[in-house]
Design a protein around this ligand. Structure first.
Ligand code: SF4
Length: 455
């Protein structure tokens, strides 16, 4: 079959990632202050990659002999047997418009992804079929012909799960024909996403969408298979930069250590970014992770106020341990992006300003301040569904207050975001650290070149 993966986005001045936030997506509209505006531009130019389940779906379909194209634009002059549309909350209304247009032209459309799994009705109403569950697990055996498409049910319930090692390699070749994914904060050149596990059992699933996408049970890919995949894309697409999209890369420390050792054993020099939970990090593991090429870590701090965190069921380290661990990682040469949330249920203007002060104390290489958002499908949504004050799901950017908060108004949230980004990135201590880090990068770059030259 000829299949088009039609991945549509509204036109914006800020970056939209459908992959982040458990593949519900985020839109990096940080605020309207001076620093926030600059950051928006930098991030839009520096990071771009599709949802990993989309690339995995391409891999499964190609393996069965289907012809697969990927596009962010629709050209009705080209005809395909099947259109697969990845869903998200951040592009929801745009996706519906495209489905209606395709339907008007008598096309067969299947919508995939965690957002459609939890919120399938609007997609069905627009005229699409919906796969519930992990689409790659469904397409793994999709040896259908065009005639079979007439028998597809409106909702395809597919909650079959098999070991991650049995999946094919993701079909990055299809994406690279369209554009080169990048993540400039890890390194220059192409960057692709990968995972070594799925699922997260932590209690913050109360408000987090990752467990909705992948379940609460941890499923692991073998370390050998992870490294085989990395080497495959190094050899075939010359990729050295990898962004692990595991909800928490360090959930099973033995597994994490085994992957890092396998990478070290391979002798390949990869640059790697992972998301971790500080609870699972100790000095020994951090050193092995650094040696394997991990040079950037995302850590969720959420709030500097322990009461605010506890109230949101956040699984956390103590503030003392958070500061100590981030400083240790940075000293080791692993840059940390610490992520904070404004507007958690018990948050106030006072506790948020304390959080900004706390962020300055942590002084990680990067800091991100986003806005608490109750997502449909998560347990916390039931408490908020009658308080939602925006009309469109595309407003659920993670940088906009979408519900009536007892302690904040919409404009106040934007002002606090502007305040946070300005306080953080114009802090003289952070600026000095940033300059010293860049000098260190240049020095290491020269050293590496000299080393290669002298061999
Ligand atoms: S640790 Fe919490 S916030 Fe992070 S992925 Fe797991 S449930 Fe979500």
């Amino acid at each position: 079959m000829n299949i088009l993966i039609l991945d549509v986005y509204p036109k914006t001045t800020y970056r939209i990632s459908k992959d982040q936030n458990g593949a519900y997506g985020t839109a990096n509209n940080y605020g309207d202050g001076f620093v926030a505006q600059i950051l928006k531009r930098i991030v839009k130019k520096s990071i771009d990659f599709p949802q990993l389940f989309v690339v995995q779906t391409c891999g499964e379909l190609m393996n069965l002999g289907h012809e697969v194209d990927y596009s962010t634009e629709l050209d009705l002059n080209k005809d395909y047997d099947l259109y697969i549309l990845p869903s998200s909350i951040v592009c929801h209304e745009t996706e519906l418009e495209y489905i209606k247009l395709l339907k008007k032209n008598n096309k067969k459309i299947i919508v995939i992804g965690p957002f459609a799994t939890s919120n399938f009705q609007p997609y069905l109403n627009a005229g699409a079929h919906v796969i519930k569950g992990e689409p790659e697990m469904f397409f793994h055996k999709f040896d259908k012909t065009v005639n079979d498409l007439n028998d597809l049910p409106a909702i395809i319930e597919n909650f079959t799960i098999f070991p991650l090692d049995e999946l094919n390699f993701p079909g990055w070749e299809v994406i690279f024909k369209k554009y080169t994914p990048q993540m400039k904060f890890i390194g220059r050149g192409a960057a692709i996403t990968i995972n070594s596990s799925r699922g997260c059992p932590y209690s913050c699933q109360y408000y987090c969408v990752y467990p909705l996408q992948q379940g609460r049970k941890l499923r692991l890919k073998s370390p050998e298979r992870v490294v085989e995949e990395m080497i495959h894309f190094k050899k075939n697409l010359n990729v050295s930069n990898f962004l692990f999209r595991d909800p928490v890369f360090t959930l099973d420390k033995n597994h994490t250590e085994a992957i890092c050792k396998e990478i070290i054993k391979s002798k390949y020099k990869f640059k790697i970014c992972v998301e971790v939970h500080l609870k699972n990090i100790d000095e020994n593991l951090a050193k092995i992770m650094k040696e394997s090429g991990i040079n950037l870590m995302y850590v969720g701090i959420e709030s500097g106020d322990e009461e605010v965190r506890d109230d949101a069921n956040r699984t956390s380290e103590s503030n003392f341990n958070q500061v100590t661990k981030v400083k240790f990682l940075e000293k080791l040469g692993i840059r940390v992006k610490a992520m904070y949330i404004l507007g958690l249920p018990k948050d106030t203007s006072r506790t948020f300003k304390q959080t900004v002060k706390y962020a300055k104390k942590i002084k990680s290489s990067y800091a991100q301040f986003s806005v608490f958002t109750p997502y449909p499908g998560t347990p916390i949504y039931n408490e908020y569904k009658d308080k939602i004050n925006v009309k469109y799901f595309e407003n659920f950017t993670q940088w906009e207050l979408v519900f009536d908060h007892p302690n904040f108004k919409t404009r106040e949230v934007t002002d606090l975001l502007n305040y946070a980004y300005k306080e953080y990135y114009l802090n003289p201590k952070w600026i000095i650290k940033f300059i010293l880090d860049r000098i260190k990068d240049i020095y290491e770059g020269i050293n590496n070149r000299l080393f290669r030259f002298s061999r």
